[in-house]
Design a binder for this molecule. Structure first.
Ligand code: UGA
Ligand code: MN
Length: 350
């Protein structure tokens, strides 16, 4: 695939008819080759600009109800490839699951397409960016006065794109779960949420100072009577995004979507479902187990790396190309720092 991409780029630079013919032939042969989810391949390798409704994989016919529609909002940053790869390796263990990957972007990316393909999971890829008007600084009160700080309704537009897709296209009965790309999921979570009839609630670990958000369940385990959460703020349903699942039918009948209000996404969405907390189902051992954790990776800026001298003919030039394709480095002569390296006798021997 890497070879192919290199060829296509040179073709775009315009190097003559014979070249165009050969690359077209190569493109045809590759697109015909028997990749899993073949319909995606053409889109996955054809370039960076994909439509926003990028399609579904071929393998939905093998699914059996109830299906879990695992909605992952995601956005381009240095850590994305690692987060999505790790998440895909969890989801690959789960039967009857559709991975709805929804990008906070104008168009679908090759990176996400490739992770989805490699997972061999039935999947849907979508893209819908956060509207520009929400990308602005807002005033926040601090100890020393007011400060402008970014507070954005993150992952809202793309989660709503996923809800639109599910409401319209989910032909198999099932459950929707919002699974952020950086959280950690115990496989037992999937067995728990699959039977959700309306709305289910369960604890999320590593959240806030005391390390948990979740429902408070009555002694006999039959009713949700309240919540424990680091942040109440007049919320009717003070619970983290990872702490609930919703039946697809209820998504359809309620028409619930997420608002573009930072901090109110979960609450307003759950309110719009029209189910009182007393009628919500407690899962994960009646709210006694933690089967999902709000893990967070350290976020760093993408480093600029100086290209390797091509005359050296080592793995390092294609390696840098890999880093670039995965979004973990930018290779540039302008301001790029060289890769630190040792060679042959200059490397320590013991
Ligand atoms: C907390 C909550 O746990 C999230 O469920 C909630 O969406 C988020 O706050 C929020 O509303 O801001 P946190 O770890 O702070 O989570 O947020 P992220 O993990 O950075 O983002 C949540 C999800 O949205 C991730 O899957 C991320 O890839 C995606 N996202 C984030 C976007 O799609 N666009 C962005 O600009 C940022
Ligand atoms: Mn997170």
């Amino acid at each position: 695939m890497h070879v192919f991409i290199g060829v296509r780029e040179r073709r775009l630079a315009g190097s003559g008819l014979a070249f165009i013919f050969l690359t077209t032939l190569l493109w045809f042969l590759l697109a015909k080759s028997s990749w899993h989810s073949g319909r995606f391949l053409d889109q996955a390798i054809a370039g960076r600009h994909f439509p926003s409704d990028c399609g579904v994989s071929d393998d939905f016919s093998t699914l059996q109800a109830p299906v879990i529609y695992f909605v992952t909002p995601t956005y381009a940053r240095r850590e994305q490839v690692a987060e999505l790869t790790r998440l895909s390796h969890t989801l690959m263990h789960v039967p009857n699951l559709v991975w709805v990957l929804s990008e906070d972007a104008e168009t679908c990316s090759r990176l996400v397409a490739e992770v989805a393909l490699r997972s061999r999971l039935p999947h849907v890829r979508l893209a819908r960016p956060m509207p520009r008007k929400y990308k602005q600084d807002v005033l926040h009160k601090t100890k020393t006065g007011y400060k402008k700080k970014k507070k954005e309704p993150r992952g809202v537009a793309n989660r709503n794109a996923a809800l639109d897709w599910i409401a319209k296209n989910a032909s198999i009965e099932g459950v929707v779960y919002f699974g952020d790309d950086d959280n950690t999921y115990d496989l037992r979570l999937f067995d728990e949420i699959r039977s959700t009839q309306g709305v289910s609630l369960f604890p999320v670990g590593l959240l806030g100072e005391r390390g948990v958000s979740g429902p408070v369940v009555s002694d006999n385990g039959s009713h949700v009577i309240g919540f424990t959460d680091p942040w109440f703020h007049d919320r009717l349903f003070p619970i983290d995004m990872g702490g609930f699942a919703v039946n697809v039918e209820l998504i359809r009948t309620s028409g619930a979507r997420m608002p573009f209000i930072p901090g109110a996404e979960e609450d307003e969405f759950l309110k719009a479902l029209g189910v009182p907390k007393e009628s919500m189902e407690a899962k994960a051992g009646n709210g006694t187990l933690v089967l999902v954790w709000h893990t967070q990776s350290v976020k760093r800026p993408v480093p600029k790396v100086e290209p390797e001298d091509v005359r050296e003919q080592t793995n390092l030039t294609p390696l840098l190309r890999t880093l670039e394709l995965q979004g973990t480095a930018v290779v540039s002569n302008e301001g790029g720092k060289p890769l630190p390296k040792c060679l042959e006798s200059h490397c320590p021997t013991h």
